[in-house]
Design a protein around this ligand. Structure first.
Ligand SMILES: Cc1ncc(COP(=O)(O)O)c(C=O)c1O
Length: 425
């Protein structure tokens, strides 16, 4: 008799097919244990100094004394998780409203909503905004939470090949004029580091009378003249209908948000379970985020330093012969076949005391894996060179220079996210 639990073992059997006998040792590379001094560029473990280029704390704000103090003050005064209620109950504090006002001002939108996760912000908003007999078109590389929103919505969802405007236009053209439409993309793609062509997406959205949703989790604080992200970089902030993001990257805190027109967000506020049927973000985190949003705007030198580090890392990787594709956000990835990236990450940690992230299926296509690096403003350019020197040593032992970027892109249609989002709900 078939059992719903069977797939749990089948998953590991599929993984063993690509990892072979290394599966068990490599499995432990995922979900490694880290000390909780997690956002500093270096830390001491067992008497050894480790360098980490993996925290997502792009601007170093997670450990900024003013951010820490802002959160600490509220936690000490009111409790760690306070408020414990959902937003429509006891969870709606002045701090939550102040952060929403600050975010709307920063994003140049009418309104904003703060969620307790970036994941719920994207999935919860898309799921309720795209209704019955409506249609959403999602980039195949978009973050899983955008795909989740498309799967959960009452409308019809389809995906288009990553950044392929011809594919998107064909789908838009084939969709009847009277069907309300939304296009959903990431500003910066979190695995490959490339950008959505927002200028072209705006043209298409206008031509086919669609709405445009941009999840700019990775672009915010990093791109654009004032650090407002990918939409600022492309000069399309006013053309994008809904801006989503997370606080768990450049802000250095926790939670997520959506910015957009007040009448739309008033609707989301009242109907999205991801907003209203879940505990509010702790006020201590909200207070810390208010401070980090202020600092993000007051300290442009952090963004300048971040880019100095990103450029040093990329120039040195390319000079050493690594295939890193054409990333334009802060994420820098080396694409590999099989589970080579997991081997590399394990060797970097054990032999060079360097921490970077491995990414494997189902976050990337089956049969590929990624060594993913995210520099921060707190790193030095010498530390970027240190990472590249170590990678060069690792590449002498395993086939890390044998770039697999094209294969990773070709396989995009086979990702778990993409294929399952291609469903009518
Ligand atoms: C593009 C993108 N969107 C959404 C999220 C989810 O944000 P959170 O971690 O706040 O749930 C992430 C997090 O990794 C992300 O990279």
């Amino acid at each position: 008799m078939a059992d719903v639990f069977e797939k749990c073992d089948e998953f590991w059997a599929r993984m063993e097919k690509i990892a072979g006998e290394m599966m068990v040792p490599l499995r432990n590379t995922f979900f490694r244990r880290f000390p909780i001094v997690n956002c500093t560029p270096t830390y001491i473990r067992d008497g050894k100094e480790f360098l980490q280029v993996s925290t997502n704390d792009y601007l170093g704000l997670a450990v900024h004394p003013e951010v820490v103090e802002a959160g600490f003050r509220i936690a000490e005064q009111y409790g760690v998780g306070t408020p414990l209620g959902a937003r429509p109950l006891t969870g709606n504090t002045d701090l939550h409203l102040a952060l929403e006002a600050d975010l709307a001002k920063y994003r140049l939108t009418e309104s904003s909503l703060v969620f307790n996760l970036g994941l719920s912000a994207m999935s919860g908003t898309i799921a309720c905004v795209v209704g019955r007999k409506e249609r959403i078109f999602v980039d195949a590389y978009a973050h899983s939470c955008v795909h989740d929103g498309a799967r959960l919505c009452k409308g019809e969802a389809s995906w288009f090949a990553h950044n392929d405007m011809t594919d998107l236009e064909e789908q838009l053209k084939a969709c009847p004029d009277d069907v309300p439409k939304m296009i959903a993309v990431d500003g910066v793609y979190g695995m490959s580091g490339d950008l959505a062509p927002l200028d072209k997406l705006v043209e298409l959205k206008k031509k086919y009378n669609a709405r445009l949703f941009v999840d700019d989790a990775h672009g915010t604080g990093v791109l654009g003249e004032n650090g407002r992200g990918t939409c600022e970089l492309f000069g399309v902030e006013h053309e994008v209908d809904l801006h989503g993001g997370t606080f768990a990257k450049s802000f250095g805190t926790f939670g997520g948000y959506i910015c957009g027109p007040e009448h739309v967000l008033r609707f989301v506020r009242h109907v999205s379970p991801g907003f209203m049927l879940t505990k509010a973000l702790p006020a201590a985190i909200v207070a810390a985020t208010i401070k980090s949003l202020e600092l993000m705007q007051k300290l442009p030198e952090r963004r300048i330093k971040l880019w100095e580090n990103i450029n040093a890392l990329r120039d040195n990787l390319r000079a050493a012969g690594f295939n890193i594709g054409n990333p334009e956000g802060a994420v820098t990835s080396i694409f590999t076949r099989g589970v080579t990236a997991l081997h590399a990450v394990k060797m970097l940690e054990e032999e060079h005391q360097i921490i970077v992230n491995p990414v494997m299926y189902p976050a990337v296509p089956y049969g590929t894996s990624i060594v993913r690096m995210t520099p921060s403003a707190l790193h030095s350019t010498d530390q970027m060179q240190q990472v590249v020197d170590a990678l060069v040593q690792v590449a002498k032992k395993i086939p890390l220079l044998e770039g697999n970027h094209a294969a990773a892109h070709r396989a995009v249609g086979q990702t778990a996210d993409a294929s399952s989002a291609h469903s009518t709900t």
